[in-house]
Design a protein around this ligand. Structure first.
Ligand code: M6R
Length: 614
């Protein structure tokens, strides 16, 4: 979703603002803009990407886009179409205040009407513009208040979610930022400060950061900053060290971040397990949840809440926890859970899964559970994210920054964490010592098997070239591979815009079979497991109706080649780790089909990396 950057210090702000917006591109956006203060405010904003914005800024340089205080924004349209006039920053009518905003102001209509009655004219259709006029109005209306108080007063009248950055030529040595729902991080330099929606734009400049908590507001100047609540209570700033390297947020020779991230997965698997899967000791150690392990083991029910790909990981988690720990699990879309009067009771534990740690619905589900006295465990990738901070305890996935909008390595890291969790819960209970050790061995051998799987990318590329014409795809799998079918379908549709659906293989004959003809490619996960022959029957049903079958099968299963149109092999592995292998060819298939169709795989249309609005 929208991205925010800001700078105040001793150097020209524009290079940081443009480079920072570039680093935030992965979040998804449709327009971009900056405002720089140098006596007066200069604003350049327009529909289109950051590169185009850079050209526009360069073209207007003669007009003075220069200054040591500035803000920048990438907008993902919610209220009002993607256009020049709806792009941020928004200016007050006299041009003295500039504002950027992430989130949604829910009472914008009422505030707009009120401000119009006071003579304010609106230039955009956005909810955000209300805020800049409100600040201006209060600053002019209330005697003797300053910029900071005007912002504070305005925010107290706003309902909804926001991360904001505000500048004013009336108090030019200040940059004010505040957050309620939309993340913001301050980077601390020597005589300079940086602001961004996440740490990616900051890493080249500083490693010392302060994550704003919800309801906090910071007033930055070149000499220092103050941190208070919106209600004006002084807060202590907790400075943390950034654990992020520049090469982690660059493409490193790959054509796209998505491909790089698919190829990183074998290493990510090792990172996830490091210090946690202790083969020699025959143990799994999950430091982050140590204090809650017993409570989890005794849980009457575990409720998993997540969205999108993380929800698919949650489904695999359900299979894992029920198989190994014998604890009943329910998996919910966070967006449904929060609005359906869920029954929450004693002995229940919630598990929330989120790559970004900022997904609005997942966060709301977490808060609802906590309000009802239910403990919440988090599985997050982004360190210091809101969900990571608000859960009672949790396990980081250690996948590193995921820049491609389509989740790949974060998904496999989530599944790996869930496998470790299920085994840790089941150890010495449902899972005997031999079975536990065998399972550990399966985990330990996975990175090498995954490496062999990604190395088959050229084979996947070849097959992909034969299906760029398709308008529909069906994905089928059973057991652990049913959620993989859902994930494969989601991956394909989000980056190639081909309609795709995932089903449990046995469900096909209850409806989707009606769709099958020679124009319907069907991807079937058919590893050598307990349901192998049942899935083979499903394949026959597809072939009898002239559907094209791409099978994901186990190495050594030569015989299947005669029964399908194409086979992609994955190494032999236990059923519970198979999703970590079968998903890889599906990620690659989506990637190649999408790139061959000319799609922007890293930034697919309409999508955002972190969905911070409902
Ligand atoms: O950051 P989260 O894991 O909470 O995000 C959840 C979904 O928005 C996300 O998985 C989305 O479905 C991705 N585009 C999938 O590739």
């Amino acid at each position: 979703m929208c991205g925010i950057v800001g700078y105040i210090g001793y150097r020209e702000a524009v290079p940081f603002l443009l480079q920072g917006l570039k680093r935030l591109e992965y979040r998804g956006y449709d327009s971009a803009g900056i405002a720089v203060l140098n006596g007066t405010l200069s604003v350049v904003k327009q529909k289109g990407d950051v590169a185009k914005l850079g050209e526009a800024v360069a073209a207007s340089h003669a007009d003075g886009i220069s200054g040591m205080v500035g803000i920048g924004h990438t907008r993902w349209a919610t209220h009002g179409d993607p256009s020049d006039r709806n792009a941020h920053p928004h200016l007050s009518m006299d041009g003295s205040i500039a504002l950027i905003h992430n989130g949604i102001i829910e009472n914008h209509a009422a505030l707009r009407t009120e401000l119009q009655q006071h003579g304010y004219l609106f230039q955009s259709d956005t909810d955000s513009e209300v805020l800049v006029h409100l600040i201006d109005h209060l600053w002019k209306q209330i005697p003797f208040i300053d910029f900071e108080s005007a912002v504070r007063q305005a925010l107290s009248l706003v309902e909804g979610a926001y991360g904001i950055g505000v500048l004013s030529s009336r108090e030019p040595d200040r940059l004010i930022v505040a957050r309620h729902g939309s993340p913001l991080v301050i980077g601390i330099g020597e005589g300079e400060y940086f602001v961004a929606s996440d740490a990616a734009p900051l890493v080249e400049y500083t490693r010392r950061v302060v994550y704003l908590a919800d309801g906090e507001m910071a007033v930055l100047s070149a000499d220092g900053f103050s941190l208070k609540t919106i209600g004006n209570v002084v807060q202590e700033a907790v400075v943390t060290e950034l654990d992020l390297e520049l090469d982690e947020i660059e493409k490193g020779g790959f054509e796209h971040f998505m491909l790089k991230e698919i190829f990183e997965q074998p290493r990510v698997m090792q990172d996830v397990m490091r210090g946690r899967v202790l083969l020699e000791e025959g143990a799994i150690q999950l430091g982050g949840i140590m204090d809650m392990l017993d409570e989890l083991r005794m849980a009457r029910r575990i409720i998993i809440c997540a969205c999108g790909t993380s929800w698919h990981a949650g489904l695999i988690g359900e299979y894992l926890i029920e198989e190994f720990a014998r604890i009943p699990v329910e998996v919910d879309y966070a967006s449904e859970f929060r609005y359906r009067s869920p029954i929450l009771g004693e002995g229940e534990v919630m598990l929330v899964i989120s790559q970004s740690g900022e997904t609005a619905d997942t966060l709301a589900a977490l808060r609802l559970a906590k309000e009802n006295g239910v403990k919440v465990v988090g599985i997050c990738n982004v360190v210091g994210s809101t969900i990571a901070r608000e859960t009672d305890c949790g396990i980081y996935t250690h996948a590193g920054p995921e820049i491609g909008v389509a989740s790949t390595k974060a998904f496999t890291a989530q599944v790996m964490v869930l496998a470790m969790l299920a085994l840790a819960l089941g150890k010495d209970r449902a899972l005997g010592p031999d079975a536990f050790l065998a399972a550990l061995g399966e985990l330990a051998s996975l990175p090498e098997k995954m490496q062999r799987t990604v190395e088959e990318s050229e084979v996947v590329r070849g097959i992909s070239g034969e299906y760029t014409w398709a308008e529909h795809f069906l994905y089928l799998g059973r057991g652990y591979n049913f959620p993989v079918a859902l994930e494969g379908a989601l991956k394909l549709k989000e980056i190639s815009y081909i309609h795709a659906e995932g089903y449990p293989a046995a469900e096909m004959k209850h409806g989707p079979i009606a769709l099958i003809d020679e124009e319907m490619p069907v991807v079937v996960m058919v590893p050598k497991d307990a349901s192998y022959w049942k899935v083979r029957s499903n394949i026959e049903e597809v072939r009898a109706r002239k559907g094209k079958v791409i099978a994901i099968a186990t190495e050594g299963d030569e015989e299947i080649a005669g029964a399908v149109d194409h086979v992609l092999y994955v190494p032999e592995a236990a059923a519970f780790v198979m999703p970590l292998l079968t998903v890889v060819p599906l990620q690659l298939l989506s990637y190649y089909v999408a790139t061959m169709r000319g799609c922007n795989v890293d930034r697919p249309r309409n999508l955002a990396k972190a969905v911070t609005v409902e």
